[in-house]
Design a protein around this ligand. Sequence first.
Ligand SMILES: C[S@@+](CC[C@H](N)C(=O)[O-])C[C@H]1O[C@@H](n2cnc3c(N)ncnc32)[C@H](O)[C@@H]1O
Length: 342
Amino acid sequence: MSQQTTEAAEGSGLLMAAHDGFIQSRALQLAAELGIADLLADGGRSAEELATATETHRPALYRLLRLLAGSGVLTEVEHGRFELTPAGAELRADHPRSVKATLLSAKLFLPVYADAMYSLKTGEPAFPRSFGKPLFEYLQDHPDQSAHFHSAMADASRLETAALLDAYDFGGAGRLVDVGGGTGTLLGAILGAYPESTGVVFDQPHLAEAAAAQAAADGVTDRLTFTAGDFFGQEIPRDGDIYLLKSIIHDWPDEEAVRILRGCRQAMSPGSRLLLVERVLPPGGGSHPGHAMDFTLLVVLGGQERTEDEYAKLLAEAGLKCNGVTATASPMSVLEAVPLPD
Ligand SMILES: C[S@@+](CC[C@H](N)C(=O)[O-])C[C@H]1O[C@@H](n2cnc3c(N)ncnc32)[C@H](O)[C@@H]1O
């Protein structure tokens, strides 16, 4: 083969592998929806048994399973019989690093990605064109989708929480307010590690029930309360020692981000700290794993990942001074800010 032919083959191989990522990703979503990994939790099963359990067409399901075996999710131990690989086990709902909820929630975004050209032409999110309203308004009226989305957020929080607790000292924080705290997975874990602290999850009213269930599961009902409200209003609870915003500011364009931060600033007392838990991009160009989430934020919400300087600028506009960034062993970092004098 000439050098030119080899280079051409390598080039198209790279592009086709990237293109096939779409097919692999959809195969994983379908496997999650069918609960394939949960059905294989106790050991290998035949395609026939799996087809019966999932009410699918056996030969068609076999083709999905074979594809998943090719990508290292399953092993075809003998013809037509499949087991989970250690990586595939993370598709199980009960795995400590489960990604099942994330895959289930991803289906909602398929039409949004199909319409991503709109975002490229306008810089605006495509979600409202597909669903008639922005994501967080849509989730309020769609309990099933909301449950998938918030389980995915809780799974991500579970993975990131240990790294966060290792990296940042929450000691001495009597009262924490988790602004946009979802169902309270992160705050529950922090209160578990700091038995002297109490906390408030502040989020949309439709999450109250799930947050109460999570607090009960974490054994912190006596110290964790839920306050329903809108972080664009004047309703953020006052008197927190720490205001925690994890994966909140990256959801929004600058103007809305500053409005949320101003609301926090107004609720804070002079001794309060505000913590942004976000993927912080390095300054300058170059590729970074955070760019995949950044592109998702563009098409789904109109938000973006930011550098430390970009966060510091937003914080300053809201009357807050960035004290610096603490990296964690997860992709998330902690930006600490304190109120600038009035
Ligand atoms: C990306 S999720 C992050 C959840 C949580 N902090 C975490 O990291 O798991 C964004 C959260 O903001 C909440 N949210 C969106 N708009 C809101 C609003 N106007 N007022 C209060 N919460 C809102 C959503 O309900 C959701 O829980």
